[in-house]
Design a protein around this ligand. Structure first.
Ligand SMILES: [Fe+2]
Length: 477
C-alpha cells in the first residue's frame, strides 16, 4: 500500500510517500515555492511526490477540528485550509492523526529501537505541548502530557522575539548567540519565567510582555545565554522524569525543541542511546503521519529523500575545488529531508583556514557570529571532538579537542555542531573526506547549507542557475 503523509497549515509544510516500510519520497514545500518555512504545500511538491506513485491513502499530521478550536480559543499561529484539499488528493481516503502522535511516530518508527521512551517537546500541537510516550514493539502509548499554555517551545520562542529575532523560525540563531553571552547576568530573572518543569510565569504566546530593562547588543547575547541555560535545566528535569516514568534507557526525542543541538548533547548523561530523526520539527510529521498509518517500523535508510538532481557524487571536482579555492558549493543527488544540508546541497570548505569563515559568511550573507559545522569521518570523530557516539544529522554540539587546527568550524564557546559520516551513510561524501584526509591529515570539512540567509536550501537546477548568476559562483553538480 502507498501512503502519502501530509503536513500543512503550520510552519514548514511537507509531503512524504511510503510504500510499506520503504520511504520513497520526503520533501519540504519551501524548496519548491521559495517561501521560507512555507505553511502550505504546492503543485511543484505534489507533482514531485506523485512521480513515486499515486497514494492509496492519505495520512494527515494533526486533527484539523481540534486545531481550529485551539486557534479560535487561544489564538496564535496555524490554521487555514490545507492547499492539497483543492487538488484531487482530497478524494483519496484520509486519516488524521494528532500532532504529537505524528511527531512520536516519525521518531519511533524511523528508529532502530523496539523499546524506548519518546519525548515530544514543541511550541504547541492542537493543545498538547509536551508529551511522553512508551514505545514497545510496534505500539506507542501516551504516558504523560502537558497542554497549552505551558510550553517549552513557546518559552524559547518568546525570548527569541524579545531579542529582535523571528519567533518560530530563528530560535537557532538565539542558540548560536548564547555562546557569546554571560549566562549568569540574567539567569535568575529568566528562570523566574520558567522556574520548574511544570511551572511557567504566564502564557508565552503573547511574548515577554514585562521585560523592564533596555536591550542592547550585549544584553541580547546575555539574555540568549541565560535562556539557553534555563532551557537546558528544565529539559534535563523533564527528561529525567520521562526516564523514571517509563523506566526506559533509550530515548527518541522529537518536536522542534529537538533541534537545540547544544542542549541535546547533555541528554547522553541520562540515556544509553538516543535517536533524533533528521527532521524532528513539524516538517518531519508528514513522514510521521504516514508511519502512524502504517503502524510499524520503517526501513530507515537515509535523509536524502527529496528532489533528485541525479548524478554521481562529484568527489574529484569538489576536492580539486577545495585545494584550489578553499571553498566549493555542491548540488547533487536527492535533497536532504530536514533543516540541515548534509552534503547534497552544501557549501564545503577547508576547515583549517581561519579566513574561510568570513568568505562563507559573505556568500551566505549572514551574521558573522554564526558558527559553521564540521563533517567528519565517523571513525575519527572522537579524536577531534569530545564524543563517543555518532551524530549523522548534526544534532549535537560537542567540545572540539583540536580547535587550533580547525578554527573555522569551532564556535566561540569551543564547541562544534558535528556531522559524522560512515561509508554506508553517504559513500560519496565519505570518499571525499577520506581523500582530503590522505593529503592533509585532517578527516574533516566545513559543511554548511547551500542557501542565502533567510532563503530555503537550493532544490533543482533552476535554483542552481539563479544562485550562480547572482553570486557569480560555479556550483558543482
Ligand atoms: Fe510540532
Amino acid at each position: 500500500m502507498l501512503i502519502m503523509g501530509i503536513n500543512e497549515t503550520t510552519h514548514d509544510a511537507s509531503i512524504s510517500l511510503i510504500k510499506d516500510d520503504k520511504v520513497l519520497f520526503s520533501g519540504h514545500a519551501e524548496r519548491y515555492s521559495k517561501v521560507k518555512n512555507d505553511w502550505f504545500t504546492n503543485k511543484g511538491l505534489i507533482d514531485n511526490a506523485l512521480e513515486y506513485g499515486i497514494p492509496d491513502q492519505i495520512a494527515y499530521y494533526e486533527n484539523p477540528f481540534l486545531k481550529k478550536l485551539r486557534v479560535k480559543t487561544c489564538g496564535g499561529f496555524g490554521g487555514g485550509k490545507p492547499w492539497f484539499e483543492h487538488t484531487y488528493l482530497n478524494a483519496i481516503p484520509r486519516t488524521n492523526f494528532k500532532h504529537h502522535y505524528s511527531h512520536a511516530a516519525a521518531g519511533y518508527y524511523t528508529s532502530k529501537f523496539d523499546d524506548a521512551v519518546i519525548v515530544v517537546l514543541d511550541s504547541i500541537g492542537e493543545f498538547n505541548t509536551s508529551t511522553i510516550w512508551a514505545g514497545e514493539g510496534n505500539d506507542i502509548k501516551l504516558m504523560y502530557k502537558d497542554n497549552y499554555p505551558f510550553s517549552f517551545g513557546l518559552f524559547y520562542s518568546a525570548f527569541t522575539q524579545l531579542v529582535g529575532l523571528k519567533p518560530n523560525e530563528e530560535e537557532y540563531i538565539l542558540m548560536g548567540m548564547a555562546g557569546y553571552g554571560d549566562p549568569e547576568r540574567y539567569f535568575h530573572k529568566v528562570k523566574d519565567y520558567f522556574p520548574s518543569m511544570s511551572q511557567q510565569k504566564y502564557n508565552f504566546h503573547k511574548g515577554i510582555i514585562d521585560w523592564d530593562e533596555p536591550i542592547g547588543q550585549q544584553e541580547k547575547f546575555d539574555i540568549a545565554a541565560a535562556v539557553q541555560k534555563v532551557y537546558e535545566q528544565r529539559l534535563m528535569e523533564f527528561m529525567r522524569y520521562a526516564k523514571a516514568k517509563t523506566g526506559k534507557e533509550n530515548l527518541v526525542f522529537m518536536g522542534g525543541c529537538a533541534l537545540n543541538c547544544s542542549a541535546n548533547t547533555k541528554l547522553w548523561d541520562i540515556f544509553s542511546d538516543i535517536w533524533i530523526m533528521p527532521n524532528p520539527g513539524d516538517a518531519g510529521s508528514s513522514l510521521g503521519a504516514a508511519a502512524a498509518l502504517y503502524g510499524k517500523h520503517l526501513n530507515w535508510q537515509s535523509p536524502y529523500l527529496g528532489y533528485d538532481l541525479g548524478g554521481d557524487y562529484p568527489v574529484q571536482k569538489i576536492l580539486d575545488g577545495i585545494f584550489e579555492d578553499g571553498i566549493v558549493a555542491v548540488a547533487t543527488g536527492r535533497a536532504e529531508y530536514g533543516p540541515r544540508a548534509l552534503g547534497n546541497r552544501s557549501i564545503l570548505a577547508d576547515p583549517t583556514d581561519p579566513d574561510i569563515k568570513n568568505k562563507v559568511n559573505l556568500i551566505k550573507k549572514r551574521e558573522l557570529f554564526r558558527p559553521f559545522a564540521p563533517v567528519v569521518m565517523a571513525e575519527h570523530a572522537s579524536e577531534w571532538f569530545d564524543m563517543n557516539y555518532e551524530s549523522p544529522y548534526m544534532q549535537y554540539a560537542v567540545k572540539c579537542l583540536k580547535p587550533d587546527l580547525i578554527p573555522s568550524v569551532v564556535h566561540v564557546d569551543g564547541t562544534s555542531r558535528v556531522q559524522t559520516v560512515t561509508k554506508d551513510q553517504h559513500p560519496g561524501l565519505y570518499t571525499l573526506l577520506e581523500k582530503f584526509y590522505s593529503v592533509t591529515g585532517v578527516p574533516i570539512l566545513l559543511n554548511t547549507s547551500l542557501n542565502i540567509k533567510g532563503q530555503p536550501l537550493l532544490n533543482d537546477m533552476n535554483d542552481v542557475k539563479i544562485f550562480n548568476e547572482i553570486n557569480r559562483f560555479n556550483i558543482i553538480t
